[in-house]
Design a protein around this ligand. Structure first.
Ligand code: 5GP
Length: 190
Protein backbone atom coordinates (compact mmCIF):
# COMPACT_ATOMS: atom_id res chain seq x y z
CA UNK A 1 0.00 0.00 0.00
CA UNK A 2 1.62 3.16 -1.27
CA UNK A 3 0.49 5.45 1.57
CA UNK A 4 2.00 3.14 4.21
CA UNK A 5 5.31 2.89 2.35
CA UNK A 6 5.47 6.68 1.97
CA UNK A 7 4.73 7.24 5.65
CA UNK A 8 7.46 4.79 6.69
CA UNK A 9 9.95 6.61 4.47
CA UNK A 10 8.87 10.03 5.75
CA UNK A 11 8.55 9.34 9.48
CA UNK A 12 9.92 5.91 10.35
CA UNK A 13 13.26 5.54 12.09
CA UNK A 14 15.38 2.45 12.62
CA UNK A 15 16.60 1.66 16.13
CA UNK A 16 19.42 -0.74 17.02
CA UNK A 17 18.43 -4.39 16.62
CA UNK A 18 16.23 -3.81 13.61
CA UNK A 19 13.38 -2.23 15.56
CA UNK A 20 11.44 0.22 13.43
CA UNK A 21 9.92 3.18 15.22
CA UNK A 22 6.64 4.34 13.72
CA UNK A 23 5.14 5.84 16.86
CA UNK A 24 4.43 9.14 15.13
CA UNK A 25 1.65 7.58 13.04
CA UNK A 26 0.96 3.89 13.76
CA UNK A 27 1.34 2.68 17.31
CA UNK A 28 1.71 5.62 19.68
CA UNK A 29 0.35 8.69 17.94
CA UNK A 30 -2.12 7.41 15.35
CA UNK A 31 -2.76 9.03 11.97
CA UNK A 32 -6.48 8.30 11.77
CA UNK A 33 -6.75 9.16 8.08
CA UNK A 34 -4.06 6.61 7.26
CA UNK A 35 -5.57 4.15 9.74
CA UNK A 36 -8.99 4.35 8.05
CA UNK A 37 -7.33 3.78 4.67
CA UNK A 38 -5.51 0.74 6.09
CA UNK A 39 -8.79 -0.62 7.48
CA UNK A 40 -10.40 -0.29 4.04
CA UNK A 41 -7.46 -2.05 2.39
CA UNK A 42 -7.55 -4.98 4.83
CA UNK A 43 -11.33 -5.26 4.31
CA UNK A 44 -10.83 -5.21 0.52
CA UNK A 45 -8.16 -7.93 0.66
CA UNK A 46 -10.34 -10.31 2.68
CA UNK A 47 -13.75 -9.28 1.33
CA UNK A 48 -14.55 -12.71 -0.13
CA UNK A 49 -13.34 -14.87 2.73
CA UNK A 50 -16.36 -15.01 5.03
CA UNK A 51 -14.46 -13.59 8.00
CA UNK A 52 -16.60 -13.65 11.18
CA UNK A 53 -14.08 -12.20 13.65
CA UNK A 54 -10.78 -10.39 13.85
CA UNK A 55 -8.24 -11.49 16.47
CA UNK A 56 -5.35 -9.25 17.50
CA UNK A 57 -3.01 -8.72 20.44
CA UNK A 58 -2.86 -5.75 22.79
CA UNK A 59 -1.94 -3.03 22.58
CA UNK A 60 -0.64 -1.92 19.24
CA UNK A 61 -2.63 -4.30 17.05
CA UNK A 62 -5.96 -2.99 18.30
CA UNK A 63 -6.20 0.21 16.24
CA UNK A 64 -5.77 -1.49 12.85
CA UNK A 65 -7.94 -4.40 13.95
CA UNK A 66 -10.81 -2.06 14.88
CA UNK A 67 -10.43 -0.04 11.67
CA UNK A 68 -10.64 -3.26 9.63
CA UNK A 69 -13.42 -4.69 11.79
CA UNK A 70 -15.57 -1.59 11.32
CA UNK A 71 -15.11 -1.80 7.55
CA UNK A 72 -15.91 -5.52 7.50
CA UNK A 73 -18.75 -5.31 10.01
CA UNK A 74 -17.24 -7.98 12.25
CA UNK A 75 -16.29 -8.00 15.96
CA UNK A 76 -12.71 -7.59 17.13
CA UNK A 77 -11.15 -9.64 19.94
CA UNK A 78 -7.80 -8.75 21.43
CA UNK A 79 -5.59 -11.13 23.37
CA UNK A 80 -4.66 -9.68 26.76
CA UNK A 81 -1.09 -9.68 27.96
CA UNK A 82 -1.96 -9.34 31.62
CA UNK A 83 -4.13 -11.43 33.90
CA UNK A 84 -7.28 -9.53 34.90
CA UNK A 85 -10.02 -10.34 37.39
CA UNK A 86 -12.45 -10.77 34.48
CA UNK A 87 -10.42 -13.63 32.97
CA UNK A 88 -10.89 -16.92 34.79
CA UNK A 89 -8.74 -20.04 34.62
CA UNK A 90 -10.69 -21.33 31.63
CA UNK A 91 -9.37 -18.67 29.24
CA UNK A 92 -7.56 -19.74 26.09
CA UNK A 93 -3.86 -19.02 26.56
CA UNK A 94 -0.60 -19.10 24.63
CA UNK A 95 2.99 -18.17 25.26
CA UNK A 96 4.48 -15.43 23.07
CA UNK A 97 8.08 -14.30 22.79
CA UNK A 98 8.18 -10.53 22.48
CA UNK A 99 10.47 -9.23 19.77
CA UNK A 100 10.70 -5.72 21.18
CA UNK A 101 11.18 -6.68 24.86
CA UNK A 102 13.06 -9.96 24.41
CA UNK A 103 10.90 -11.64 27.07
CA UNK A 104 8.24 -14.34 27.00
CA UNK A 105 4.73 -13.65 28.24
CA UNK A 106 1.32 -15.32 28.22
CA UNK A 107 -1.58 -13.96 26.20
CA UNK A 108 -5.14 -14.86 27.05
CA UNK A 109 -8.59 -14.67 25.50
CA UNK A 110 -11.81 -15.38 27.38
CA UNK A 111 -13.70 -18.43 26.10
CA UNK A 112 -16.81 -16.39 25.40
CA UNK A 113 -14.98 -14.30 22.77
CA UNK A 114 -14.24 -17.04 20.24
CA UNK A 115 -16.53 -19.79 19.01
CA UNK A 116 -16.00 -23.11 17.25
CA UNK A 117 -16.51 -22.42 13.54
CA UNK A 118 -15.45 -18.76 13.69
CA UNK A 119 -13.52 -17.72 10.60
CA UNK A 120 -10.69 -15.63 11.98
CA UNK A 121 -8.58 -12.91 10.44
CA UNK A 122 -5.44 -12.18 12.48
CA UNK A 123 -4.33 -8.54 12.53
CA UNK A 124 -1.26 -6.87 14.02
CA UNK A 125 0.82 -3.75 13.53
CA UNK A 126 4.12 -5.57 12.87
CA UNK A 127 5.14 -9.02 11.72
CA UNK A 128 8.78 -9.84 12.48
CA UNK A 129 9.62 -13.43 13.56
CA UNK A 130 5.97 -14.44 13.67
CA UNK A 131 5.74 -15.27 17.39
CA UNK A 132 2.77 -12.98 18.05
CA UNK A 133 0.75 -14.42 15.15
CA UNK A 134 1.66 -17.97 16.18
CA UNK A 135 0.37 -17.26 19.69
CA UNK A 136 -2.91 -16.05 18.21
CA UNK A 137 -3.09 -19.12 15.95
CA UNK A 138 -2.68 -21.35 19.03
CA UNK A 139 -5.53 -19.52 20.75
CA UNK A 140 -7.83 -19.81 17.71
CA UNK A 141 -6.99 -23.53 17.52
CA UNK A 142 -7.96 -24.04 21.18
CA UNK A 143 -11.33 -22.42 20.40
CA UNK A 144 -11.92 -24.66 17.37
CA UNK A 145 -11.95 -21.60 15.12
CA UNK A 146 -10.42 -21.48 11.65
CA UNK A 147 -7.65 -18.99 10.89
CA UNK A 148 -8.35 -17.76 7.37
CA UNK A 149 -5.41 -15.39 7.08
CA UNK A 150 -3.38 -12.60 8.61
CA UNK A 151 -3.04 -8.91 7.80
CA UNK A 152 -0.30 -6.71 9.21
CA UNK A 153 0.51 -3.07 8.69
CA UNK A 154 4.26 -3.65 8.39
CA UNK A 155 6.05 -6.92 7.69
CA UNK A 156 9.78 -7.03 8.31
CA UNK A 157 10.31 -9.67 5.64
CA UNK A 158 14.02 -9.83 6.41
CA UNK A 159 13.17 -11.56 9.71
CA UNK A 160 11.40 -14.39 7.92
CA UNK A 161 8.34 -14.87 10.15
CA UNK A 162 5.84 -14.05 7.39
CA UNK A 163 7.39 -16.32 4.80
CA UNK A 164 7.58 -19.20 7.29
CA UNK A 165 3.85 -18.85 7.94
CA UNK A 166 3.15 -18.63 4.19
CA UNK A 167 5.19 -21.80 3.66
CA UNK A 168 2.89 -23.50 6.16
CA UNK A 169 -0.11 -22.46 4.07
CA UNK A 170 -1.32 -19.33 5.84
CA UNK A 171 -2.34 -16.38 3.70
CA UNK A 172 -0.36 -13.40 5.03
CA UNK A 173 -0.96 -9.90 3.67
CA UNK A 174 1.22 -6.91 4.56
CA UNK A 175 0.31 -3.31 3.78
CA UNK A 176 4.04 -2.63 3.55
CA UNK A 177 6.69 -5.32 3.48
CA UNK A 178 10.30 -4.35 4.17
CA UNK A 179 12.79 -6.58 2.42
CA UNK A 180 15.94 -4.93 3.76
CA UNK A 181 17.23 -1.91 5.63
CA UNK A 182 20.63 -0.55 4.71
CA UNK A 183 22.51 2.39 6.28
CA UNK A 184 20.70 4.83 4.02
CA UNK A 185 17.78 2.99 2.48
CA UNK A 186 14.60 1.08 3.25
CA UNK A 187 13.90 -1.47 0.51
CA UNK A 188 10.31 -2.64 0.10
CA UNK A 189 9.25 -5.97 -1.32
CA UNK A 190 7.35 -5.30 -4.53
P1 5GP B 1 6.97 -11.09 16.02
O1 5GP B 1 6.19 -11.75 17.08
O2 5GP B 1 6.42 -11.31 14.64
O3 5GP B 1 8.44 -11.35 16.12
O4 5GP B 1 6.85 -9.52 16.29
C1 5GP B 1 5.61 -8.88 16.18
C2 5GP B 1 5.25 -8.11 17.41
O5 5GP B 1 6.40 -7.44 17.94
C3 5GP B 1 4.22 -7.07 17.09
O6 5GP B 1 3.10 -7.32 17.91
C4 5GP B 1 4.86 -5.73 17.40
O7 5GP B 1 4.16 -5.08 18.40
C5 5GP B 1 6.27 -6.04 17.84
N1 5GP B 1 7.29 -5.61 16.86
C6 5GP B 1 8.07 -6.41 16.09
N2 5GP B 1 8.95 -5.70 15.38
C7 5GP B 1 8.71 -4.40 15.69
C8 5GP B 1 9.30 -3.18 15.25
O8 5GP B 1 10.25 -3.13 14.44
N3 5GP B 1 8.79 -2.03 15.75
C9 5GP B 1 7.76 -2.04 16.65
N4 5GP B 1 7.30 -0.86 17.08
N5 5GP B 1 7.18 -3.18 17.09
C10 5GP B 1 7.65 -4.35 16.61
Amino acid sequence: MKQMQEKILEEGTVLPGGVIKVGSFLNHCIDTTLLAECGREVARLFADDGITKILTIEASGIALAVAAGMEMGVPVVFAKKHKTSTLDGSAYAAEVRSFTYGATYDVQVGRECLKRGDRILLVDDFLANGHALRGLIAIAFQAGAEVVGAAVAIEKAFQGGGDALRAEGLRVEALASIEAITDDEVIFRS
